[in-house]
Design a protein around this ligand. Structure first.
Ligand code: NAP
Length: 277
C-alpha cells in the first residue's frame, strides 16, 4: 500500500476506509463488517469514523470489525465541536475508546470548528496525547483563516491533517488552503472523494472512465491519488465496491488524462491569493 507521511514522520495508507452511514441497517451490518475486515486484509488499514456517526453506533461496529486485529488498524475518530472543551474532549474520547474497544486512537480530530476556543481544544488534545489515549491529533473542516489562527496557539502546529471535502467536483481547497498546508507539510485527508456518489453518476466522468478503461469511482479516486500528499477515505459497505475502489491504486493517470479531467471539472478560477503575495 502506498503511504503518506504525516508531519510526525509516521506513514499511513494513502487509501483509508470511510464509515459514515454504516451501521444504520441491520440487514447490511454483516456485509459492512466483512468489508472493513477485507480492507484490513488488503492494506486499507486507516479507518475513519466519528462520535457523530450513528451517535456512536458506527464506532461500535468498527470495534466489532477490528476485534483481535486492533494493532493492524490506524483508527481515526472525531470529537463534536460542542464536546471539544478541556474536559469535554477527554470525556468524549473515553466514550469513543470504549465503543471502539481499544485503549488508544491513532488520530483524533476536531470535527469542525465550534464555539470552544481552538487553544482549549488543543490543550485537551495534548492532555489526551500525554495520557496515551491518542497518538496524534488533527482537525477537520478548518479553512485557511482557522488554520492560521490554529498555528498561533500552543500545540496547534502539531496537527497531522486537516480533513476536508475534496474531489473532482469540489476543488475549493485548491484556492488557498491546499497550498498553505503543502508549504507546511500537512497532508489533506480528502473526504467524500466520490462526492457522496454524485461522481459515480456523473455523465461526463462516466464517459471519461469508459474511454480510459476504468470505472467512474476509480477515475475520481485516481485523480486524487495522483497527488502524493492526499489521503482518500471513500466509504463503501460492500466488499465488491471496496475492491473496485482499491483498483484506483493501480491506475496512474497520464498528464493528458489529468488535463482532460481538469477540462471537465475546472479548478477554481483566477490567480490564487498566495500567488498574489
Ligand atoms: P463518498 O466516500 O464520496 O461516497 C460514499 C457513497 O458512495 C456511499 O453511498 C457508497 O455506497 C457509495 N460508493 C462507494 N463506492 C462506490 C462505487 N465504487 N460505486 C458506486 N457507489 C459507491 O462519501 P462520504 O461517505 O461522504 O465520504 C467518505 C468518508 O469521509 C465518510 O464515510 C466519512 O468517514 C468521512 N467524512 C468526513 C466528513 C467530515 O466532516 N470530516 C464529512 C463527510 C465524510 P455503499 O456503501 O453502498 O457502497
Amino acid at each position: 500500500m502506498k503511504t503518506v507521511t504525516l508531519p510526525s514522520g509516521e506513514r499511513v495508507p494513502v487509501f483509508g476506509m470511510g464509515t459514515w452511514y454504516m451501521g444504520e441497517n441491520r440487514a447490511t451490518r454483516a456485509e459492512e463488517i466483512a468489508t472493513l475486515k477485507l480492507g484490513l486484509d488488503l492494506g486499507a488499514t486507516l479507518i475513519d469514523t466519528a462520535e457523530m456517526y450513528g451517535e456512536g453506533l458506527v464506532e461500535e461496529l468498527i470495534g466489532e470489525a477490528i476485534a483481535g486485529r486492533r494493532d493492524e488498524a490506524f483508527l481515526v475518530s472525531k470529537v463534536y465541536p460542542n464536546n471539544a472543551s478541556r474536559q469535554g474532549a477527554v470525556a468524549a474520547c473515553e466514550r469513543s475508546l470504549r465503543r471502539l474497544r481499544t485503549d488508544r486512537l491513532d488520530l483524533y480530530l476536531l470535527h469542525w470548528r465550534g464555539d470552544v476556543p481552538l487553544a482549549e481544544t488543543m490543550e485537551a488534545f495534548m492532555t489526551l496525547q500525554q495520557a496515551g489515549n491518542i497518538r496524534h491529533y488533527g482537525v477537520s473542516n478548518l479553512d485557511l483563516a482557522d488554520m492560521q489562527e490554529l498555528w498561533s496557539v500552543p500545540g496547534g502546529s502539531d496537527v497531522q491533517t486537516d480533513q476536508m471535502l475534496y474531489n473532482l467536483a469540489r476543488r475549493g481547497i485548491e484556492w488557498d488552503l491546499l497550498p498553505w498546508l503543502r508549504e507546511r507539510g500537512v497532508p489533506v485527508m480528502a473526504y467524500s472523494p466520490i462526492d457522496h456518489t454524485k461522481l459515480v453518476n456523473n455523465r461526463k466522468l462516466a464517459d471519461f472512465a469508459r474511454r480510459h478503461g476504468m470505472t467512474p469511482a476509480q477515475a475520481a479516486l485516481a485523480w486524487l491519488l495522483a497527488n502524493d500528499d492526499i489521503i482518500v477515505i471513500p466509504k463503501s459497505g460492500r466488499r465488491e465496491r471496496l475492491k473496485e475502489n482499491l483498483g484506483a491504486l493501480d491506475i496512474r493517470l497520464t498528464l493528458a488524462q489529468i488535463a482532460e479531467l481538469d477540462g471537465l471539472f475546472p479548478p477554481p478560477a483566477g490567480p490564487r491569493p498566495l500567488e498574489l503575495i
